[in-house]
Design a protein around this ligand. Structure first.
Ligand SMILES: O=C(O)C1=C[C@@H](OP(=O)(O)O)[C@@H](O)[C@H](O)C1
Ligand SMILES: C=C(OP(=O)(O)O)C(=O)O
Length: 439
């Protein structure tokens, strides 16, 4: 346990760069390990979640090394070429690592055992097992589809077509990764588009992936199986989900003006920035460019008097990990912020809906919890603070309430800041470099 105290800070100023994108980093390691040749990755997030993926790839027979200049080099095994690991794969705290790997392992003709920490072992895996079974794989899990699990991969995979019942890039990616090693075409239909890093990066590695928009705003993704993936260099952009914390911190801490450089601006990831602008947040995108196929911009952010808004459910997939920190921004805004379509928050590292509501209440905020919505009422004055927050193995809860404490009247205490290392190593030092008072 690493307790953290966050105190009212004077204006945040300066320029920072947050670490690499977590979603893209996992995929770069996995796809590099399935490609033929040597893949070089720059800007990889060296957070615990991604390091679990690196360790899993090594256990499956790929070579994954970090060079002195910070580049990661992966020597891949080909799409169906992994070897049976001798031990249990430990995916730590990472839902993305576990679920994407279940897709990869579904078509490897051996049995893999997989586990994770207490948070990951409480998260639903049936959502991935259900579409994968018709491909030919079988699973043994704890009750209710919880990890640890055993994955008995098939040597004769069948391609499938699957319509996602929830907007989940992890489920979409698991099906696509299983389809990679099946003959013929695998199709995933998503009613509401989720992050498209798997589609983009598989194309980058030479796979045939077609994406069609439907009349109703959904997407049909078709992958042609059994391509030879060819090693490619990957430049990982910085993570908009990590940029979210300094951005909200600057918006709510009076007098602040900061620049967050080279933020990944994939349109399926930027729902939070759109929402904060609607609330009156002064966020300017400068130097907008395309870096290695992903959109990137420098964000200049100034303290702003925010106003409450209604955030529609349709926006949830593009900001699914950002609701905890949006709820913090809403606590310093004038009026009511109504967030809808939040059912997926209940199955993240913690039940983020319940934990955010409980933590906001501990900090004196007027908040209402519904089955799939949250309403925050605030006056626009500095929120009270003073709460003692339990981070519950959830990095985003820890960082969100550290940000809260920077602008609240009383300090906020977090019982354990160590989960932050899963996605944002160096977070506290980076924030303190801007003038934050976090100890
Ligand atoms: O595919 C990904 O990289 C991710 C997808 C999202 O999860 P779901 O697929 O469960 O929505 C997100 O919450 C997670 O942080 C990363
Ligand atoms: C939900 C998250 O990640 P994962 O599902 O990979 O654990 C997150 O980073 O907020």
């Amino acid at each position: 346990m690493k307790p953290v105290v966050s105190q009212q800070s004077s204006a945040l100023t300066g320029s920072i760069r947050v670490p690499g994108d977590k979603s893209i980093s996992h995929r770069a390691l996995m796809f590099g390990a399935m490609a033929v040749g040597e893949t070089k990755v720059t800007g990889l997030l060296e957070g615990e979640d991604v390091l679990c993926t690196a360790a899993a790839m090594r256990s499956l027979g790929a070579s994954v090394e970090q060079c002195d200049d910070g580049t990661w080099v992966i020597k891949g095994r080909g799409v169906g070429g992994f070897s049976e690991p001798t031990g249990v794969l430990d995916m730590g705290n990472s839902g993305t690592a576990a679920r994407l790997l279940m897709g990869v392992l579904a078509t490897q003709s051996f049995t893999t055992f997989m586990t994770g920490d207490a948070s990951l072992c409480s998260r639903p895996m049936e959502r991935v097992m259900k579409p994968l079974r018709p491909i030919g794989v079988s699973f043994v899990s704890r009750e209710n589809g919880r990890m640890p699990i055993a994955i008995q991969g098939t040597s004769a995979p069948m391609p499938i077509s699957y319509e996602l019942p929830v907007a989940s890039a992890q489920v979409k990616s698991a099906v696509m990764l299983a389809g990679l090693n099946a003959p013929g075409k695998t199709t995933v239909i998503e009613p509401n588009p989720s992050r498209d890093h798997t589609e983009k990066m598989l194309q980058h590695f030479g796979a045939e992936v077609e994406v069609e928009e439907t009349d109703k705003g959904g997407r049909v993704i078709t992958l042609t199986g059994q391509p030879e993936l060819v090693a490619r260099d990957v430049i990982v952009p910085t993570d908009p989900s990590s940029a979210a914390f300094p951005v909200v911190a600057a918006l709510i801490t009076p007098g602040s003006k900061i620049t967050v450089e080279a933020v990944g601006m994939n349109p399926l990831r930027t729902g939070l920035f759109a929402t904060l602008k609607e609330m009156g947040g002064k966020i300017t995108e400068e130097n907008v460019r395309i870096d290695a196929g992903e959109e990137v911009a420098d964000l200049v952010v100034e303290y702003s008097e925010l106003t409450g808004v209604t955030v529609p459910a349709s926006r949830a997939p593009s900001m699914i990990d950002e609701y905890p920190v949006l709820a913090v921004a809403a606590s310093f805004a004038k009026g009511t912020t109504h967030m809808e379509g939040l059912e997926e928050l209940r199955v993240k590292e913690s039940d983020r809906l319940a934990v955010v509501v409980e933590s906001l209440k501990a900090c004196g905020v007027d908040v209402t919890e519904g089955e799939d919505f949250m309403i925050v009422n605030a006056t626009g004055e500095a929120a009270l603070g003073g709460g003692e927050i339990k981070s519950r193995l959830d990095h985003r809860i820890a960082m969100s309430f550290i940000v809260f404490g920077l602008a609240s009247q009383k300090p906020v205490t977090i019982d354990d800041g160590s989960p932050i290392d899963t996605s944002f190593p160096g977070f506290i030092d980076l924030m303190n470099g801007l003038g934050a008072k976090i100890s």
